[in-house]
Design a binder for this molecule. Structure first.
Ligand code: SAM
Length: 257
């Protein structure tokens, strides 16, 4: 079956703002090259909230086109590469992550923001919980940066299987569980939560309960316009919150008062 590629002038982050509409329209994947996103769809819907150049894609071309748009991502010491690309020479921490569009390819600003914040924390011997682990990219990074115990949870069984596969492929031990923050036991020095705002607000109490007294919550998936909502939800639970704005998204850092 022929699929369609919509070549836009928008960045991946800008296109991601329309993710819900794209998914409803038969999204197959999004690739970015030179700062411009190409959206691959099963068809060519008339009412899409994006403009650009439509190109039909024969079935054989789709996989190669998508793969060609996936480049390694480096944040600080961590480089995430897809399995079909060589690791950049000299990269201190290389994670091979099979990209899964819905679960975190490592390219999204929310993921890079969490990766940057993670590397500012003392991870040696730390216990880390990753809520909404997706491909497991953040959990893998935490483990490779020195955390001794990493629990990764996700409510989607496909994400759980993907994260387990990526852990095995990288020779990293992750405790991957189906569920949310309440599927983990005990408390953690670092709690990662790259979710959307509504989900973050919904699970905020569980995240705070999993945070050790001197631990740090690193949360994202919150757009700049919703930063106040995310902050208020965490502050209501007694956390002191620092909001770190990115281009379109924020990272929220929370600590018990
Ligand atoms: C934006 S992805 C983040 C993936 C990865 N952590 C990253 O930063 O690249 C969000 C993930 O959260 C999962 N998720 C959604 N609601 C959740 C919840 N209430 N508890 C745990 N995981 C959830 C989704 O299945 C998805 O895999």
């Amino acid at each position: 079956m022929t699929t369609w590629a919509l070549h836009t002038d928008l960045s991946l982050d800008e296109v991601n703002l329309h993710l819900a509409a794209l998914e409803a329209a038969g999204l197959l994947g999004i690739a970015e090259q030179d700062g411009r996103a190409t959206v691959h769809l099963t068809g060519r819907p008339a009412d899409l909230p994006l403009n650009g150049r439509w190109v039909p894609v024969e079935p054989r071309d789709w996989n190669a086109a998508w793969k060609a748009g996936i480049a390694p991502v480096t944040v600080g010491a961590v480089t995430i590469v897809p399995p079909w690309l060589p690791a950049p020479a000299g990269a201190p921490v290389v994670l091979v992550v099979e990209p899964a569009q819905a679960f975190g390819t490592g390219h999204h600003e929310t993921t890079t923001g969490c990766l940057a914040a993670l590397q500012e924390l003392a991870l040696h011997r730390a216990r880390v919980l990753d809520v909404g682990t997706g491909t497991g990219d953040l959990a893998l990074a935490a483990a490779r940066l020195g955390a001794t115990a990493v629990v990764a949870v996700d409510t989607d069984p496909l994400a759980v299987a993907t994260a387990r596969g990526n852990a095995a492929a990288n020779g990293v031990t992750l405790d991957v569980r189906l569920g949310s923050a309440d599927a983990a036991d005990g408390t953690f020095d670092v709690v990662l939560a790259n979710l959307d705002t509504a989900t973050l607000v919904g699970v905020a109490a569980d995240l705070a309960a999993r945070l050790a007294p001197r631990g740090t919550l690193v949360a994202s998936g919150v757009g700049r316009e919703r930063a106040a909502d995310g902050r208020a939800a965490l502050e209501a639970l007694g956390l002191a919150v620092v909001v770190r704005p990115g281009r379109e998204w924020v990272v929220l850092l929370g600590r018990h008062r």
